[in-house]
Design a protein around this ligand. Structure first.
Ligand SMILES: CC/C=C\C/C=C\C/C=C\C/C=C\CC/C=C/C(=O)SCCNC(=O)CCNC(=O)[C@H](O)C(C)(C)COP(=O)(O)OP(=O)(O)OC[C@H]1O[C@@H](n2cnc3c(N)ncnc32)[C@H](O)[C@@H]1OP(=O)(O)O
Ligand SMILES: Cc1cc2nc3c(=O)[nH]c(=O)nc-3n(C[C@H](O)[C@H](O)[C@H](O)COP(=O)(O)OP(=O)(O)OC[C@H]3O[C@@H](n4cnc5c(N)ncnc54)[C@H](O)[C@@H]3O)c2cc1C
Length: 627
């Protein structure tokens, strides 16, 4: 059988130790063991099936998500899973749900922005899921411009409360995941008003629904914002709308790590920078970068396996057609994506370290690396999500017509993934933040302040001072070019971190060699993509450009025999991939054929509606033909 033989034969060609590569991909032996065990646990549990997801109505889809979330929580308790294992379980259930926001944003916000006392009060409730929370920042009228939020939190010294209010339609909270139908509580971002004075945006813990009957509390209007892009996909999430009509909360429900409001109504700033109010976004952007490598590698795994099974044209002497993976055009589209998946994995690992480091420094009142952490998380979130969204769509095209079928897994993956370019900060808005950080760094060069961390290279580039003068003329006017500069800066980080990874001790036969090839492919592919910029700025000569392209072709040939093993190293179960084209056994055609018959349209041979709509047309034609 074509698929079985093809993938088995591909695996036998691998020139490196796949098991060791699995460890590198996972990050450690321990992480591999956990993710392997938990992914199989999810795959073998019938409640976590997801093969009918794209065919369900919104209501059925949502109820099924609730069922899965409840089952996941039950299993987490029954099996006494650790925090790490529980997070893996939610990841492999692979269905966006209110839990993501509860664990991924609500809890981290209380941890990052609450005082010790507030943490002691709220975290145990949240950890035991006695309350379910979401992150309500974005409004109908403002998402990117956080300082433009309109919701107000006015201190009432008479009652020692804040009055939370939505003064306009545009101040309605709009988008928060988990808000629409599930959350009992939210961290609500609103303007702090004391004695008619506006002190800017702060976070407040607000109870939204009764813990007895789940009805909204007095003064609260709440609902789901409606269907989103694609079938299945992100529609499992209840992104919500929320309005407040003078809702009162106790004073101690303002998150007070950054600034405190006293009983007398005085605002007291602590020694931490006010930007910590934005801290959850830094945390989630860092997570999104790690997540990008998962989404991209998943699409690449499907496209690579299918490209080895699929044959078109070029009859060989044995009468068999050519595997499409052997076409150089296929390789030149697929292998840079394979290399990108590995590159994003390693930069994600580094970013996790950077985030931990900045947190440790914050505990010790060292705030010096916060601007860099903000720039790196914002820029890399933007770069990796844009490349991943484009990469998933490219993988769909690499699978030809079958890639367009929901059973390929690619349409749903694309639909679920693309909002990552928008949530946690629109990608262009985030790149402008990076550009601002770069300009600030350049402006300090003249004053003798040495650039550090990811900007250390700037101290070596003379022309940057002239750049600074040009930018002085108008940041907004040059913003399109500055965004490109920000992308280039982030690409440099990705390549540097891949190179640093190669400098570590990498055990396993041939593993390092494969990673070197992938690193070179990534770097040369980026150079190839921006060849015009490299040539026009004199960074490389035309001769070097053509040498780079020749080298890229040679690297593709080097990777070709290892391609299947390189995607096997992701260690994905068929359940997680949920793709007929990406099956581990390569048994694509019989399964595609089988899947088609499962479509509800095939439940009856003659479709519903035949008598009302098809038969009359046919009869009409018959009459016309007789005339
Ligand atoms: C739930 C997920 C859990 C786990 C994740 C796992 C995997 C991921 C997968 C799926 C994710 C699932 C769900 C996603 C749910 C989505 C949630 C959301 O979208 S929440 C809403 C997010 N909103 C945004 O991101 C808004 C974007 N806007 C902003 O961040 C800022 O307002 C902006 C930076 C654009 C502000 O610009 P500006 O007005 O110019 O600046 P401002 O005056 O406010 O500040 C200036 C000053 O502050 C510095 N700064 C800005 N941001 C930060 C920051 N975050 N940290 C530190 N510092 C910051 C800025 O550089 C400037 O400094 P200087 O004055 O120049 O020194
Ligand atoms: C699936 C999904 C889940 C979400 N979950 C949550 C959640 O849980 N909680 C929450 O609070 N929010 C959530 N959001 C909201 C999300 O964070 C915002 O949509 C996002 O920050 C973008 O803001 P915006 O919608 O205001 O876009 P806008 O800022 O209106 O962007 C529109 C366009 O304007 C451009 N633009 C805007 N400002 C500038 C500028 N200064 N310079 C140049 N161009 C600019 C952008 O590039 C974009 O092209 C979610 C959104 C989605 C799609």
């Amino acid at each position: 059988m074509a698929g079985f033989d093809d993938l088995a034969s591909e695996r036998s060609k691998a020139q490196f130790d796949v098991e060791e590569m699995k460890v590198i991909w996972a990050g450690s032996r321990h992480t591999l063991e956990v993710s392997d065990r938990i992914s199989r646990l999810v795959a073998n549990d019938p409640v976590f099936r997801k093969d009918t997801r794209t065919m369900l109505s919104r209501k059925d889809l949502f109820k099924n998500t609730l069922r899965k979330a409840a089952h996941a929580w039950k299993r987490i308790i029954e099996l006494r899973l650790s925090e790490e294992e529980a997070a893996e379980l939610r990841f492999y259930v692979d269905e966006p749900a209110f839990m993501d926001l509860h664990w991924g944003m609500f809890i981290p916000t209380i941890k990052g922005q609450g005082t010790e006392e507030q943490q002691q009060k709220w975290l145990p409730l949240a950890y035991k899921m006695k309350i379910i929370g979401c992150y309500a920042q974005t409004e109908l009228g403002h998402g990117s411009n956080v300082q433009g939020l309109e919701t107000t939190a006015t201190f009432d010294p008479q009652t020692d409360e804040f009055i939370i209010h939505s003064p306009t339609l545009t101040s309605s909270k709009w988008w928060p995941g988990g808000l629409g139908k599930v959350s009992t509580h939210a961290v609500v971002y609103g303007r702090l008003i004391i004695d008619s004075k506006d002190y800017g945006v702060n976070g407040f813990i607000v109870q939204l629904r009764s813990l007895d009957d789940h009805l909204p509390l007095p003064g609260i209007t709440i609902g789901d914002i409606g269907m989103k892009f694609g079938s299945g996909a992100y529609n499992t999430m209840d992104n919500g709308v929320l309005r407040f009509d003078h809702v009162r909360i106790p004073r101690d429900q303002m998150l007070m790590r950054v600034s405190q409001v006293t009983r007398e109504g005085k605002l007291v700033q602590s020694n931490v920078p006010w930007q910590l109010v934005y801290g959850t976004m830094v945390y989630v952007r860092q997570k999104i970068v790690s997540d990008a490598s998962c989404a991209l590698s998943r699409a690449v795994c499907i496209a690579t396996r299918y490209s080895a099974v699929r044959r078109q044209f070029g009859l060989q002497s044995n009468g068999i057609e050519t595997q499409v993976i052997d076409y150089k055009t296929q390789q030149s589209r697929l292998f840079p994506l394979l290399a990108s998946a590995y590159a994003f994995r390693f930069v994600g690992e580094w970013l996790k370290w950077l985030y931990m480091d900045v947190n440790q420094r914050l505990q010790a009142s060292d705030f010096s690396t916060l601007p860099e952490a903000h720039a790196c998380t914002a820029g890399l979130k933007s770069l990796t999500t844009s490349a991943t969204a484009d990469g998933i769509e490219e993988c769909r095209k690499l699978c030809g017509g079958h890639g367009y079928l929901c059973s390929s897994g690619l349409p749903e993956l694309f639909a679920v993934y693309i909002p990552a370019c928008t949530y946690e900060g629109d990608n262009i808005v985030l790149l402008l933040q990076v550009a601002r950080f770069l300009i600030k760094t350049v402006s300090q060069l003249g004053s003798g302040k040495e650039p550090v961390g990811t900007t250390v290279y700037m101290g070596r580039v003379e022309q940057l001072m002239q750049c600074h003068c040009a930018v002085q003329k108008g940041f907004l006017e040059l913003s399109a070019d500055l965004v490109q500069a920000a992308v280039a800066h982030c690409q440099l980080i990705v390549v540097s971190k891949f190179i640093e990874k190669l400098q570590q001790d990498i055990p396993g036969k041939g593993v390092k060699g494969q990673l070197e090839a992938l690193c070179n492919i990534y770097a040369l592919f980026i150079l190839h993509k921006h060849l015009g910029d490299f040539l026009s700025t004199g960074c490389i000569t035309p001769k070097q450009a053509s040498l780079a392209n020749a080298q890229l072709r040679s690297l593709y040939s080097q990777v070709r025999p290892n391609a299947i093993a390189l995607v096997d190293a992701f260690n994905y179960t068929d359940h997680y991939l949920s793709s007929v084209l990406g099956r581990y056994d390569g048994n694509v055609y019989p399964k595609l054929y089988e899947e088609a018959w499962k479509d509800p349209l095939n439940d009856s041979v003659v479709p519903d509606g035949y008598q009302e709509y098809i038969q009359p047309i046919l009869k009409q034609q018959l009459r016309n033909a007789r005339l």
